[in-house]
Every structure is written in C-alpha cells, then in structure tokens.
Design a protein around this ligand. Structure first.
Ligand SMILES: Cc1cc2nc3c(=O)[nH]c(=O)nc-3n(C[C@H](O)[C@H](O)[C@H](O)COP(=O)(O)OP(=O)(O)OC[C@H]3O[C@@H](n4cnc5c(N)ncnc54)[C@H](O)[C@@H]3O)c2cc1C
Length: 556
C-alpha cells in the first residue's frame, strides 16, 4: 500500500495536485475533500457565463467528481468540509455537509489548497441588503445569473475595480444593465500604474460605465436599493456586486498552529511545505515570494495555483523541486481593450526603494499599412544600472497578450532590456512589424542607457514648463492644434533644422510629439547641433491619457 495523501480543496490547486500525484504513483490513496458541490470548475469563466458569452453551464465544469475519480482513481468527497487538522495524530476532522456527521481521516501527507474568499466588510446596512452578491464559485454564479435573468435589474453597482469587478462590470453591461463602478483608490486595476489605468478609465466612460474613483461605500440603505458613499453621493441600484478583494482561507491552518504571514497567507518554504513538513500548502491561501523584489506577497491567480499543485506533488515524491516565486503575470478583457501586466509596477518599486527607469511606447499592434492595426500602450520598468527587467504593462485592443507573454518569458529567462532587440519574433504584416513592439522596448531602453537621449515623464513636464522650461512639440501643426501641452511651442520635426536659431543653446530643450518617436529624432538633431535636449517619454499620447484630449490618434 502506498502513501495516504489528503487534499483540502478540489479546484485549481487541489485538483492539479491530485492528478499529478496519481501520475507519480499508482498505489497511493488520494482523498480530496471539497466543501462545495463541484470540483475543478472554471472560476475564471464564471463572469462570462453571467454575461452569456459562455452559454452552456456545463462548460464551466471542467471535471466532474465521477469523471475525475475514475480517470485518476481518486477518492473525491464533495460536500465534505475539513474542520480541523490534528497534527499530532496526522489526521483531519471532516464534516459531511449533507448529513452533519463528523469523522476523522488520517493522512501521511496533507496538502492545503483552500483558496481565498471574497472580502465581505461589515458596512452598515449590508446585512439587510437583499441584492448584494460576491462571486467565487458556481453557487454564487447561479445566484447572480438567476437574479439577472429573473429580476431584470436596470442598474447595478460594482464595488471594487479589480479583475473580477471589471469583468463583472463588462458582463453586466453586456446583459443590458447600467453599471456604476465604485473604486476607493484613484484608479482601477491595481497592477497598472495610474497613467496606464487612465486609458481604461476613458474607455469605461466611453462604454457608458459610470466610474466613481476615490470613493468608498459608507452604508447600504433601503435593503440595498441605495448606496451612500463616503464622499456623500447616493447611488440607486437594483443589485450590487462586492468585489473589493479576497483574503486567504487560512483559518484551518491558523487553528492548527501553522505559521501565517502578515496578511494571513499560509507561510511555506521553497518546497511549498508549511511550518509542519508533512503539510504542504498551495494556491490563493499561501504567501508567495514576489519574483522581482523578493518580498512576501499575496498573488491570487490560477497559474501559481496550478504550478504549485504540480510542484507539491513532485516534492511529496522526493523530487526537491523549488517554487521560484510569483511574477504575477495577469491579463483581463476590459470591453474592447486587453490589459496585461507582469512583474512590478512603479508604485511597488517606489515602495521598496528599488531603482528603476520607466519607458512608455505606443507601437501599432501590426504593420500600419495592413488594415486593422491599433496602438498598444506599453510601459516597461527596468534597472538603469544593469538592464534587468522589473515589470511590463500593456493596454490595447490587439496583440497585448503576446507582448506581455514575451516579456514575462524574458524576465523568467533572465534576459535584460539589451536582449530584447535580439528576440527574433514572428513577423508578417497582419501580425506585427519587422521591429516588433517588444524589440522597440529594447531599442528605447538601450538608447536611454547608452545616453543617446534623456527623457522626462508625463507627470514632470507641466512643472518644468511652469518653471520656465522650454517645450517644443514637433508634431505637425494640424496635430498640435487638436490638443497640446500648455506652454509648448510647435516646430514640426521637418522644419526643426531650419528653425534651430529660434531656440536658446543655454537651456535644456524639452521635446514632445505624439508617442515619443519623433521627439527622439528631434532630440538627436538638437544634441548633434550642440543643444541639451530631453524627450517627453510616451509623448502626447501618454500625457493626454491622464489629462484628457480630443486629439486624433496617429502613430509615428
Ligand atoms: C470569478 C473569478 C474569476 C477569476 N479569473 C481569473 C483569471 O482570469 N485568471 C487567473 O489567473 N485567475 C483568476 N481567478 C483566480 C483563480 O481562480 C484562483 O487563483 C485559483 O482558483 C486558486 O486556486 P486554489 O486551488 O488556491 O483555490 P480555489 O480554486 O478557489 O479552490 C479552493 C477550494 O477549496 C475549497 N475549500 C476551502 N476550504 C475548505 C475546507 N475546509 N474543506 C474542504 N474544502 C475547502 C473551496 O470550497 C474551494 O472550492 C478568478 C477567480 C474568480 C473567483
């Protein structure tokens, strides 16, 4: 008889670990406890079933208890909740939810993959609100979908602008519901920096979502039909989705005396063992190490849960595999846009005092002359001393996913920004350009490191101009007239050489254009003629995504 392995939680991490364990050993007894009715369902697909992009509910059930039990010879027990871990006896106490019966199950090794639960704050009036939902699993999904189908709400409030909130805002909007999105921070999608999130703020407003930033819920009134915000606003709503984040489901571990991190995640070592070596923990419930900055972090995503499930199983069979940390690569659809990130953002790097250089570019998703190209806003953060890539953010309508994935791969492969121009990526006009946006990131970063150009950022330029700095906008006159930075003067790039005499040599000349490329050319011309020049990184496009514009969007 082989090992007896007990798993708590039968969805992303738990189901992955169970299947891998079986592939490693035919003789073990593997018991999977799941307190819910379903195992291995597609959490990530839930919002799209509510929005009816996914129309068949069964498609959400990736594996059934019967199917998975048979294929992997598992002892899967849905509707059985593990209520206690008896570490001394190496057993768990289990409650059969159908019958209420309590029983013990012994283990040689225990894997905890209990996930994370939506935060449900004790806001005044919330207990009386009959129309407030959270979304984690199939029963939550059924409740929300039935409410939308039957009650036909006209207005919905989504509280929290993270992944689930944004996905639900879009899916409720798709069902014809008028959505108000309330977010306490000054931006949605925390993995992005503010200027990148601003592109999405503008898009959400264009799509008719009422976006309320920098405000939080003070109380629910009239059984949830009215929400009063801290800033004094009142919102009428037929339903509310609370999506203000999740917290690790770590009570079981805590009660068993396992060590937890500051934010309540279960602490594990590089082999994913808890403070008790016969208990492993994986997924949303654990504290991970941030792959970039090495600090503890909570990053509740499906890739880490799946990867950790496999590694824990391998380690139970003596493979000594290390989990190298979480990069937090993530992606979401926000109406017509895709937003994706990997690594650290500027806010995080600042918080940890890590030196960085930021660059913004806006290349086309594919060759401009082939129909259908759209711009991608990309922001890269790197260490100016050694070119180490620290983070990437992308927002655009097409081709964002592959650029972020290439850079995420580069990070894990230990490549620097100087290696990015060397990446020989697939090209034909419908897909990319001969210089792919990822190559361009490498060129721009290398130019800065080689001191071919110095840059200033979108949040610095106003102050520079207000303090008497010179800003030359080198776009065409027509582009300039559509919108420009206050205090700038317009000298189109192609006239610059003839009009150099208009510019003083004893002051820094700041240059800007639409996306930063013509500004770079202008800066080079100026520098070659003995001027000091600095280019506005990301150009008018990055600047105006924050400060607003009616300007046309052009590339170049
Ligand atoms: C709506 C939604 C959309 C998402 N979209 C994405 C996405 O697009 N991309 C992405 O990367 N991630 C996404 N996620 C996050 C992703 O689903 C999680 O990171 C992943 O499922 C975590 O895996 P896990 O095994 O840790 O927890 P889970 O998959 O949540 O599984 C934990 C299971 O453990 C069970 N359990 C808990 N305690 C006990 C107990 N004591 N006894 C028995 N069973 C117990 C729970 O009932 C639960 O079913 C989404 C999540 C949600 C809710």
């Amino acid at each position: 008889m082989g090992k007896k392995i007990v798993i708590v939680g039968g969805v992303a991490g738990g189901a992955t670990a169970a299947a891998r364990l079986r592939r490693l050993d035919e003789t073990s007894h593997i018991v999977v406890f799941e307190k819910g009715e379903y195992i291995s369902f597609a959490n990530c697909g839930l919002p799209y079933y509510i929005g009816e992009t996914i129309t068949n509910r069964n498609d959400l059930l990736v594996q059934t208890v019967e199917g998975m039990s048979k294929r992997f010879n598992l002892d899967i027990r849905p509707l059985n909740e593990v209520t206690k871990i008896n570490r001394d006896q190496k057993s768990v106490q289990v409650k059969n939810i159908r019958t209420g019966e309590l029983y013990e199950e012994a283990y040689d090794t225990l894997i905890l993959s209990p996930g994370a639960i939506p935060i449900h704050p004790s806001i005044p009036g919330i207990e009386k609100a009959v129309n407030v939902f959270t979304l984690r699993n199939i029963p939550d999904t059924d409740r929300i979908k039935t409410f939308v189908d039957e009650m036909k709400p006209q207005k919905a409030a989504v509280i929290g602008g993270g992944f689930i909130g944004i996905e639900m805002a879009e899916n409720l909007h798709q069902r014809g519901v008028e959505v108000t999105l309330i977010e306490m921070a000054n931006q949605i999608m925390a993995p992005l920096d503010f200027e990148m999130a601003s592109i999405l703020h503008n898009h959400l407003k264009d799509k008719g979502v009422q976006l309320l930033l920098g405000d939080g819920v003070r109380s629910f009134e009239e059984n949830g039909r009215k929400i009063r915000l801290a800033g004094g606003k009142e919102i009428e709503t037929d339903m509310t989705l609370l999506s203000i984040g999740v917290r690790p489901e770590s009570q079981l571990a805590k009660d068993a005396g396992l060590v937890l991190g500051e934010r309540g995640g279960i602490k594990v070592n590089e082999y994913l063992q808890t403070s008790d070596p016969s208990i492993y923990a994986i997924g949303d419930a654990i504290e991970v190490t941030d792959y970039i900055n090495g600090n503890p972090a909570m990053i509740p995503l499906a890739w880490p849960a799946n990867r950790q499930g496999r590694i824990a199983a391998n380690n139970i069979y003596g493979k000594n595999e290390l989990y190298s940390g979480t990069l937090g690569t993530s992606i979401a659809k926000v109406f017509d846009y895709t937003v994706a990130t990997a690594g650290n953002n500027e806010k995080t790097l600042k918080r940890y005092g890590i030196p960085y250089q930021a660059i913004h570019i806006h290349p086309g998703s594919h060759a401009g002359y082939y129909p259908g190209a759209s711009p991608i806003a990309l922001k890269l953060l790197f260490d100016p001393d050694n070119g180490k890539i620290l983070g990437i953010q992308g927002v655009g309508m097409e081709g964002v996913d592959k650029r972020i994935d290439v850079v995420a791969t580069a990070i894990k492969g230990g490549l620097t920004v100087y290696d990015l121009p060397e990446l020989e990526l697939a090209y034909a006009p419908p897909y990319s350009s001969a210089k792919d946006p990822v190559n361009m990131l490498g060129y721009v970063a290398s130019n800065i490191s080689d001191r071919m150009v110095e840059i200033v950022q979108w949040h610095e330029i106003d102050e520079i101009v207000q303090n008497g700095g010179i800003l030359v906008d080198v776009r065409s006159e027509a582009e300039w007239e559509m919108g420009y930075i206050k205090g700038s003067i317009n000298i189109p790039l192609d006239e610059l050489r003839e009009r150099l005499a208009e510019l003083p040599k004893d002051k820094v000349i700041h240059v800007s254009c639409q996306v930063g490329l013509r500004g770079y050319l202008a800066a080079r011309i100026l520098m070659e003629h003995g001027y000091q020049a600095k280019n506005l990184d990301g150009g008018w496009k990055t600047y105006s995504s924050v400060y607003g514009t009616n300007a046309n969007i052009t590339c170049g």
